[in-house]
Design a protein around this ligand. Structure first.
Ligand SMILES: [Zn+2]
Length: 474
């Protein structure tokens, strides 16, 4: 097919040389600078990097752009990518087989198996029949290399949608087993699902991976030092910590790699040789922060994802055979900045308060649960300490009551839970509103750059992604 990118390939590489590099520069030094040649990129795609900002409502891009300028004095890479004329831009139609609102399992299965299925399942159709995932198909048909990188457990729904088939997304033990010799580079959280002491079948899956030639990684420095081609890196028992918490905790930062570091480690292993490759890189916890109505946590995760996107684009910019796609599987709680004050004149100053937050809601709730004395005073102090906000006494009272499972006035069923109420009260100070605490039906953004990126322009049905990937890599 004709690829409009071919005529503007040099422009694409040019802007990549100067844009998006702030967060990734430290990891890019080992890559050669882009050659100034007159060659146009080849149309053949050797590898695809499929980048997923999980649960990213379209409005998050606007908030992340403003937040990046506020806290880092530069915009985001994804914003620039959309503005780049050689990029293709589209919207992803995200429904599942049984709902207008998909979960991550059905969404990733649509991408990785080519069919819309019911929420909760991974590549298993509504009759219970397993659908072969794209990683297995690419492995069967040749020497393709497969990578899964995520900030969730590596066996979570979104990575699993590319490489596993199970009736229920919760079967993470079984998902882990299916990755053996099917996925070459596995990086993220979730050591529990490879651990004989924790797995329900007590199988030493980690040992099985080691015997099959994988290097087992548990620490960030092991990843940095590794030269192995096959990697199983699980750096925490469950999900990786939120960036807002990790970045303020030297112990965590020393132990847990960033999404950028993991993405770069994975992609660098696929660059030599000529085998096709498919690498999924997921910023998983954007979704988790949205469920918690946690705007500080969400924006921290989105910027961490954007750094990873910048690092991947920098590597791709030096080549003509890598297609990079950035998208999301579904919206979640649709955060947005409301007009605040007379004539909306106070919106910006409200938004700027988010920059003072120093902990995720996950951490705030965890600290609350550990407190010996739990009263309204302690609750108010905890919120002031982490968010630099003074909630009104009535807000603190309502939050305290709901934390103690007492009935509060049910203005909105979605929001009658601690995270929903806290999100609403914080919104009084920041201007950020949420539609609820669950996924939404909005189409998501899909932006692509590189050979054959035109496939992903316009309205893209989630289940059509599979066919495109198979045509390019199969
Ligand atoms: Zn979710």
């Amino acid at each position: 097919m004709n690829d409009p990118n071919d005529t503007v390939g040099l422009a694409r590489r040019d802007w990549l040389k100067t844009a998006c590099l702030g967060g990734a520069a430290g990891f890019l030094a080992s890559y050669p600078a882009v050659a100034e040649t007159t060659a146009v990129p080849a149309k053949k795609v050797r590898g695809v990097v499929f980048m997923v900002s999980d649960g990213m409502s379209p409005g998050v891009l606007t908030l992340a752009e403003a937040y990046s300028k506020l806290t880092r004095k530069r915009g985001t890479c994804w914003w620039q990518l959309i503005n780049e004329r050689s990029s293709s831009r589209g919207l992803m139609d995200t429904a599942s087989a049984n709902s207008m609102v998909t979960d991550s399992a059905a969404a990733a299965s649509a991408w990785g198996g080519g069919q819309r299925i019911h929420n909760g399942a991974i590549n298993t159709d509504p009759t219970g029949k397993a659908i072969t995932p794209i990683a297995a198909l690419l492995k069967q048909s040749g020497s393709a290399r497969i990578g899964l990188v995520t900030t969730a457990t590596v066996t979570h729904a979104t990575p699993a949608g590319f490489a596993a088939s199970v009736p229920s997304r919760g079967s993470e033990d079984a998902i882990a087993t299916q990755y053996l010799n099917r996925v070459d580079v596995i990086l993220g959280g979730g050591s529990a699902f490879f651990d004989p002491k924790i797995r329900s079948d007590h199988k030493d899956l980690s040992g099985d991976f080691e015997k099959a030639g994988y290097q087992i990684l548990r620490q960030r420095d092991e990843l940095t030092a590794s030269a192995s081609e096959k990697l199983l890196g699980t750096f925490t028992r469950g999900h990786l910590p939120f960036s807002i918490d990790r970045d303020r905790n030297p112990k965590l930062a020393a132990r847990v790699p960033t999404l950028t570091e993991m993405a770069q480690a994975a992609l660098s292993r696929f660059l030599t040789g000529d085998q096709p490759f498919l690498l999924q890189v997921e910023g998983a916890r954007i979704d988790h922060a949205a469920h918690l109505n946690d705007i500080g946590g969400l924006l921290g995760e989105q910027l961490a994802f954007d750094d990873a996107l910048a690092a991947v684009l920098e590597i791709a910019a030096g080549r003509d055979d890598i297609l990079v796609i950035a998208t999301s599987d579904h919206g979640n709680a649709n955060p947005g900045l409301n007009g605040m004050g007379a004539g909306y004149s106070e919106s910006t100053q409200h938004f700027e308060r988010i920059a003072r937050f120093n902990a995720s809601h996950e951490r705030i709730f965890a600290e609350w649960n550990k407190l010996k004395k739990r009263d309204t005073e302690e609750l108010s102090a905890l919120i002031t300490n982490h968010l630099q906000l003074s909630l009104k006494p009535r807000e603190i009272e309502a939050l305290y009551e709901i934390l103690n499972e007492r009935k509060v006035v049910e203005w909105n069923h979605q929001l009658v839970k601690p995270e929903g109420l806290l999100g609403q009260f914080i919104g009084n100070h920041t201007g950020i509103g949420w539609t609820g605490t669950t996924h939404t039906t909005d189409p998501t953004l899909i932006t692509a750059t590189g050979p054959q990126s035109a496939r992903f322009a316009g309205m893209v049905k989630n289940s059509d992604v599979f066919g495109h990937l198979m045509e390019m890599l199969g």
